[in-house]
Design a protein around this ligand. Structure first.
Ligand SMILES: [Fe+2]
Length: 231
């Protein structure tokens, strides 16, 4: 079984969100079951004892395997120190035995379902953050990552079961601005995802970043604290 949820922001809410009271379904899960976090996982942040404790907590005490795409609130210097491995058809950073970072522009096969993953997003508060301490320019994808994403979608004829990103397409950004009065600047990621939304054949697209939970047109689902079973 596979569940998906939105931004965790590391030690701020890892326990609250994934403890067995809030997420009782884990009682029926094993390490062959998955919880996917749609960005802003946040436990690769300052390499503190607290971060290490909660990474170990996920690996040693939780019944499930944790997968995440990166958001904008990740320490990319730390994240990129982990070795890149092939896993279920795509590339990952393996953080520990059962905590795995799904890299940008990859297609994975998990429990017979295909997933296109593409993390990253622009921080709207970066002027209040310090580069290398609380903000990293690698929150935005490189040209090579954009191209790899399109190449990997080409390889599967633009057909996947699920798409998981941290931010969203241009029309989704406009929809969120209109419905919730929640405005974030348009950047290069939104038209990139717009092209994918128009061309790809997918069942559902899950994303986070905006700290709300609701369904949008075109089978898009904005996620925050909801835990959704996706298969
Ligand atoms: Fe975010």
């Amino acid at each position: 079984m596979i569940y998906i949820t939105g931004d965790i922001h590391g030690t701020i809410s890892i326990n609250k969100r994934l403890n067995s009271r809030n997420f009782p379904q884990q009682k029926h899960m094993t390490k062959d079951d998955y919880v996917i976090i749609a960005g802003d996982f946040g436990l690769l942040w300052d390499d503190s004892n607290e971060d290490r404790y909660w990474l170990k907590w996920l690996d040693k005490t939780k019944s499930f395997t944790t997968l995440f795409v990166d958001g904008n609130h990740e320490n990319f210097d730390l994240l990129e120190q982990y070795p890149v491995e092939s896993w279920n058809g795509g590339e990952v950073h393996r953080i520990n035995k059962s905590v795995i970072h799904l890299m940008r522009g990859q297609v994975f096969n998990i429990e017979g379902q295909t997933f296109f993953t593409f993390g990253g997003a622009a921080s709207h508060d970066k002027e209040y953050r310090k580069e290398g301490k609380s903000w990293w320019s690698r929150e935005m994808p490189s040209q090579a990552e954009y191209e790899e994403g399109l190449r990997n979608l080409d390889k599967v004829d633009w057909k996947v079961d699920y798409i998981i990103t941290h931010t969203c397409s241009t029309t989704a950004l406009e929809y969120i601005a209109n419905c919730c009065d929640l405005h974030m600047d348009l950047d290069e990621m939104h038209p990139y995802f717009q092209g994918i939304e128009q061309k790809a054949n997918y069942k559902h697209w899950y994303f986070g970043h905006f700290h709300h939970d609701f369904e949008l047109p075109n089978n898009l689902r904005l996620l925050y604290t909801d835990m959704i079973r996706i298969n």
